[in-house]
Design a protein around this ligand. Structure first.
Ligand SMILES: Cc1cc2nc3c(=O)[nH]c(=O)nc-3n(C[C@H](O)[C@H](O)[C@H](O)COP(=O)(O)OP(=O)(O)OC[C@H]3O[C@@H](n4cnc5c(N)ncnc54)[C@H](O)[C@@H]3O)c2cc1C
Length: 466
């Protein structure tokens, strides 16, 4: 793709995010990237024309993080090849637009595996995962930054740079929400493939932290707690399904034919029930999970998840409900505050009649590498996926719940994930991300023309200007 072909192809389009569908904006041009040269040309073109560049992978992020009104949108999903696997050292170099399921599929014959990926969806790109510094359900480990050996990045001057773990620039790009450069390749650290046995039990939040710690001590490598979503139940948020995964020998892996899995139609039923009969949804989900106790999985494909594209439109039609989707929020608290934090959330959800569709607790270790680390210390991470009606009243209601959740997390010495929405106020940011002003300052220094922008960035940049 040349610069003149970019000029010729001007064609505006409205693009939004996949999950919340709440942030669609008009882009002056959407550019399909298939080679590093396309990225270099697009940045050069933007610099000459004085245009903002937004970068999109799977478009699963919310908060308007991959979108910029009237800017150029770089669709990175065509830059998706596996470049090499170093079978000796356990390293993998991929282009940044590759999706996690394609990456795992491409490594089927390797003796190496990824360590973690996002657990909620597979069509998330590796570049988007670098920018969000994602985490999976791995135990005793920090976020994705721990798994990245090096990057190649096109910076705001339009230069292709090799970026290594010790570099200052690395600490801005990883967890930098696409504001410091365009990641074109990622070299990942891998682990040897091995099998894992899933252990499942109904568990109580009260014992969770102690149990998770002892599972980790016993060598369990992954785990999470999916809690009861039925606000009429005494067990709401406090009882749930604890699943953990312990190693049981090495590859090769062959799935037993009797292995229990949920089919796509069963997932659809569960999603419908989560909107209409939460008690039954949770009962069925727990019953299914308990039947998977003891099943053996490969450590990479175990991390696949089912995400039904466009499920909410179908659901709204089926239920005759006004347009809505789920919006995720993620809160962090020191593990010893988890129980009291959840009690406060419970009270809020019941009082405000919140429509909780799904939620989990995972554990994370502190990240000492990325500049704007969300895992500032060892935290319990709580995810709430709330149904949000798109009407003004629906959005207003949930905005106030999301704001309250941040305040509650702060009362428990906790924090929140920065970019799932734009409901945090300046006081929240200053308290939970004391480096945020420094982050914006470094952004100005490294990208003085503000080539890389997003709706999310514009909102908080302006908040800090006032
Ligand atoms: C249902 C669901 C489940 C999720 N589960 C998890 C989870 O378990 N764990 C977790 O940590 N997160 C999770 N997420 C969040 C998700 O992993 C992040 O939002 C991630 O950034 C999305 O990546 P994407 O490829 O979809 O990128 P996009 O949404 O397109 O972009 C995300 C961000 O990355 C930037 N970006 C994209 N590609 C590049 C690139 N090549 N170079 C530089 N910047 C780039 C964008 O500008 C934007 O800031 C979930 C989200 C959803 C909707």
């Amino acid at each position: 793709m040349t610069i003149s072909s970019l000029r010729a192809g001007v064609e505006g389009r409205v693009v939004g995010d996949v999950h919340s569908g709440l942030h669609s904006v008009f882009h002056r041009q959407v550019i399909q990237i298939t080679a590093v040269e396309d990225v270099l040309n697009a940045v050069e073109y933007a610099r000459v024309k004085g245009l903002a560049v937004a970068i999109a992978g799977g478009r699963h992020a919310m908060g308007g993080q991959q979108l910029a009104h009237r800017g150029l949108l770089l669709d990175m999903t065509g830059l998706n090849r596996v470049l090499y696997i170093d079978e000796e050292r356990g390293l993998l170099k991929v282009e940044a637009g590759i999706m996690w399921d394609d990456l795992i599929g491409a490594m089927a014959s390797s003796r190496w595996s990824i360590i973690q990926k996002p657990t909620g969806a597979d069509r998330i790109s590796v570049g988007g995962s670098v920018s969000a510094n994602i985490h999976g359900r791995v135990l005793g480990r920090g976020p994705f930054v721990e798994d990245i050996e090096s990057l190649e990045v096109v910076d705001a001057r339009g230069c292709l740079r090799s970026v290594h773990r010790g570099d200052e620039f690395f600490s801005y790009v990883v967890g930098g929400y696409g504001l410091f450069g365009i990641v074109v390749t990622v070299t990942l650290r891998l682990q040897k493939k091995h099998n894992l046995r899933r252990r499942v039990r109904a568990a109580s939040l009260a014992d969770l932290v102690v149990t998770m710690r002892s599972l980790l001590e016993d060598g369990h490598e992954y785990g999470d707690f999916q809690f009861n979503i039925d606000s009429h139940s005494p067990q709401f948020l406090t009882e749930g399904i604890l699943a953990s995964y312990e190693p049981v020998g090495h590859y090769p892996f062959s799935r037993e034919p009797s292995q229990k899995v949920l089919s796509e139609s069963q997932w659809k039923e569960l999603l419908t029930l989560a909107h209409t009969d939460k008690a039954e949804a949770f009962r069925r989900y727990l019953a299914h999970y308990l039947t998977t106790e003891g099943q053996v999985y490969a450590c990479d494909t175990m991390q696949y998840s089912t995400y039904l594209d466009g499920y909410h439109r179908e659901l709204d039609k089926e239920l005759g409900k006004p347009r809505g989707t789920e919006v995720i929020t993620e809160l962090y608290v020191p593990p010893e505050r988890l129980l009291r934090f959840m009690e406060d959330c419970r009270e809020l959800f019941i009082r405000e009649n919140a429509d909780l569709i799904y939620g989990t607790v995972r554990m994370i270790r502190a990240d000492h590498i990325s500049y704007l680390a969300w895992a500032k210390e060892d935290y319990a991470c709580v995810i709430f996926n709330l149904h949000t009606e798109h009407s003004a009243a629906g959005q207003f209601k949930n905005a106030s719940i999301f704001r309250r959740l941040i305040k509650i997390a702060r009362q428990h010495r906790g924090s929140f994930y920065l970019t799932y929405h734009r409901y945090a106020d300046r006081e929240d940011l200053d308290a939970c991300y004391p480096r945020f002003a420094g982050f914006l300052k470094r952004k100005q220094e490294l990208d003085p023309e503000e080539i890389f922008q997003s709706q999310w960035y514009r909102y908080y940049r302006d908040l800090y200007r006032d």
